[in-house]
Design a protein around this ligand. Sequence first.
Ligand SMILES: [Zn+2]
Length: 343
Amino acid sequence: MLRTGIVVDTRYQEHYTGRNHPERAARIGMLLALAEEYQRPGILRLEPRPATPEEIALIHDPAHHDRVAATAEKNYFAFDADTPVSAQSYATALLATGGLLTLIEAIMTREVDNGFALVRPPGHHAERNRAMGFCLFNSVAIGAQYLREKFGLTRILVMDWDLHHGNGTQQSFYADPGVLYVSTHQYPYYPGTGAAEEAGQGQGEGYTVNLPIPAGWGDGEYQELFQGVVDPICRQFDPQFVLISAGFDAHVRDPLGGMEVTEEGFGAMARTLLRIAGDHAQGRCAAILEGGYDLTGLQQSARRVLDEMGGELLAAPLPQPERRGLLPRVREVQRRHWELPKE
Ligand SMILES: [Zn+2]
């Protein structure tokens, strides 16, 4: 059994978004309950530390940090219609980013092999100078940069399977060949970015891989894309660390999304990425929670990912994809940069 770190903390409930907001404290309640009852050899609970302002500045303009910090003096503020904050939100956001950094440190020092930071608020929409889409600080982007600056790694994979395109993460590394950003997302949909043609620029050309997916696709279609596009590209990139922006809002029960992925589908995606981590990155893989607004779907999907992280399932066969040749435009764009299997 592999050793898996779980970061979750009651303090993640303190960011208050209002009575009817989908990104709510109850999400963490479900994940605390999961962490309490989830037992297998090798599970280690890790206590998150807050990120420092200097760590936030690995990705964000210091002025952005200061704007978020200033909301700690207000009972209510809204960065946009989707992104309200309370007095505790700044501290919670620091702890969310710091939760991932805590996990990364535990993986890099071999205290654990892999792990899952079950945190809120989410982060992948946050841009260098802008909080948006429930997100204040872009934790996964900060994590990728932290791995480079603190640990000297040069090739980081960020796989983002959240329902939504991670515009902030893409922006952070768009001209940067050191971070491969791969995203599956419902399209067209919020936030509007993530077309197949967005594939990086300058030195970073080819290092952004967007798979825009029409509503209604489920486990079989995702599996075909993972095996036919995601897996070969990630292996050619040869990552030294695998980060997963693990949102569960593509779950069939989710109220925000139009996708039909089940917890089994998320398990298969995790297995593919954990195999890549095992073959290329000494098994180093850290997932961080992004979206996921159906409480049952969220808890069951997180549990399946934790099951996969145990390593016992890694040798099990993946579901057979149908090979229908989905997303031909993605293949056409990405063939300029990577070798892809024939249909
Ligand atoms: Zn989302």
